[in-house]
Ligand binder design. Structure first.
Ligand SMILES: C[S@@+](CC[C@H](N)C(=O)[O-])C[C@H]1O[C@@H](n2cnc3c(N)ncnc32)[C@H](O)[C@@H]1O
Length: 330
C-alpha cells in the first residue's frame, strides 16, 4: 500500500513554492509532499529521511527528477546534512512527523500490533530496537517511558507484566508484546482501540527519540531558514503538536515575558519567527472520511524573520531515561 499524504493542499499553500528557491522535506517518506512541491514550481528539493527504504525510493524518483536531492539522515541533523551538501540557506522546511504507511504495513519493521513481526520499530537501521527496550530496561524506566510518551494510565501494571514475562521468555515479536499488554490490563473490555496502542506508541517514540528529534529539528530549521523562509510542520499527536506550538510561540515572542516598560536586554532575543496563524490547521470532514489516519493531524506554520537564530535549546517537556543507557547495557 502507498502512503496518502495528509493536509497536502494546506501544506503547499503554507510553503508557497517559488521558482529558483531551495526547499527541504525532512520526512520524505513516500515523497507525497516533495513531488507536489517540485510540480508546483521550478525549485530544488532536498528530501531527507532516516529510513533507507524511503531514500531508495527517493533515489529512483531522482533519476527522473533532477531537481530532487535525496539524503539519508535525521532531520535533527538538518544543518549538518545541508552543510555537507554545500547548502547554507533554504527557503522552506517541511516536517511531516510520525511513521509512513510503508513502515506500518511492512510487518518486518515491527511497528504494528495488528501484524506479527520482529519487535523492532526503528525508523532507521541503527541503534537498539523495541525488543531491546522491553527485554532490558528496568520496570521503573519502562513505567516512565509508558507514562511520559504514551500517557498510559496503567503504565506501572504493564511494565510489571513485561518484566515478569521476560524472565521466562524474552520478547521477540510484536504479537508477543501486544498479547502480554492485553493480559496485563484484563483484556479488551469492549474498547474499540487495542489495549497495547499506547504502549506501542510510547516504545516507538522512545526507540526513535521522536520528541528529541523534533526539538532538534525545529532548532536546526531555525538556523537554516532564510528570512521569509517557511517552517511547515504536520504532527499526529498532541505531545508533538504541543512542542511545535510552544516552539513557534516562544520564537515569535508570543509567550509573554516582556513588557514595553522592560529594559531591552531583559526582553530576550528578537523574534526569529512570525506566526501566520495562532491556531493549528486541522483536516476537513472530507479528508477525514477519505483518510481516517488524517483525523489527528495538525499543521502549524511560521515564517522566519531576519533576526538571528536563538541559542536556547528546545525543551521536549518530557523526561525519559536516555537511550544511551540502553546502548551501554546491551
Ligand atoms: C509520515 S511519513 C512522511 C510522509 C511524506 N510526507 C509523504 O507525503 O509521503 C514520515 C517519514 O519521516 C521519516 N522520519 C521520521 N522521523 C525522522 C527523522 N528524525 N529524521 C528523518 N526522517 C524521519 C520516517 O522514516 C517516515 O518515512
Amino acid at each position: 500500500m502507498s502512503h496518502v499524504p495528509v493536509l497536502l493542499e494546506e501544506v503547499l499553500e503554507a510553503l508557497q513554492p517559488t521558482d529558483g528557491e531551495t526547499y527541504v522535506d525532512g520526512t520524505f517518506g513516500g515523497g507525497g509532499y516533495a513531488l507536489r512541491v517540485l510540480e508546483a514550481a521550478d525549485c530544488h528539493l532536498i528530501g531527507i529521511d532516516r529510513d533507507l527504504d524511503a531514500i531508495t525510493r527517493a533515489e529512483a524518483l531522482a533519476e527522473q527528477q533532477p531537481r530532487l536531492t535525496p539524503l539519508l539522515g535525521r532531520f535533527g541533523d538538518l544543518d549538518e546534512l545541508l552543510e555537507a551538501e554545500g547548502v547554507s540557506e533554504v527557503h522552506g522546511v517541511m516536517l511531516d512527523i510520525g511513521v509512513s504507511s510503508f513502515q506500518i504495513d511492512e510487518s518486518d519493521r515491527g511497528f504494528s500490533f495488528m501484524r506479527d513481526g520482529p519487535l523492532d520499530m526503528r525508523m532507521g537501521q541503527t541503534g537498539p530496537g523495541a525488543a531491546d527496550v522491553v527485554n532490558h530496561m528496568s520496570a521503573a524506566d519502562l513505567t516512565t517511558i509508558l507514562r511520559q510518551l504514551g500517557e498510559e494510565r496503567q503504565a506501572r501494571r504493564i511494565a510489571g507484566a513485561i518484566v515478569a514475562r521476560r524472565k521466562t521468555e524474552p520478547f521477540e515479536t510484536t504479537l508477543d508484546l501486544a498479547n502480554c499488554v492485553e493480559h496485563a490490563v484484563g483484556g479488551r473490555r469492549g474498547k474499540k482501540t487495542h489495549p497495547a496502542t499506547l504502549t506501542f506508541q510510547a516504545i516507538r517514540m522512545y526507540v526513535n527519540d521522536e520528541l528529541g528529534e523534533l526539538a532538534r529539528g525545529l532548532a536546526a530549521a531555525e538556523r537554516v531558514l532564510a528570512p521569509g523562509g517557511r517552517l511547515v510542520v504536520v504532527t499526529f499527536h498532541s505531545l508533538e503538536d504541543r512542542l511545535v506550538k510552544q516552539f513557534m510561540r516562544e520564537r515569535a515572542g508570543a509567550t509573554g515575558g516582556g513588557s514595553r516598560y522592560m529594559p531591552e536586554a531583559a526582553k530576550g532575543p528578537a523574534p526569529s519567527f512570525d506566526l501566520k496563524r495562532r491556531k493549528a490547521t486541522e483536516p476537513g470532514e472530507e479528508e477525514i472520511s477519505q483518510n481516517p489516519r488524517a483525523r489527528s493531524s495538525r499543521l502549524r506554520v511560521a515564517v522566519r524573520t531576519d533576526a538571528p537564530a536563538w541559542t536556547d535549546p528546545v525543551d521536549t517537556g518530557k523526561s525519559v531515561p536516555p537511550l544511551k543507557t540502553l546502548e551501554v547495557a546491551l
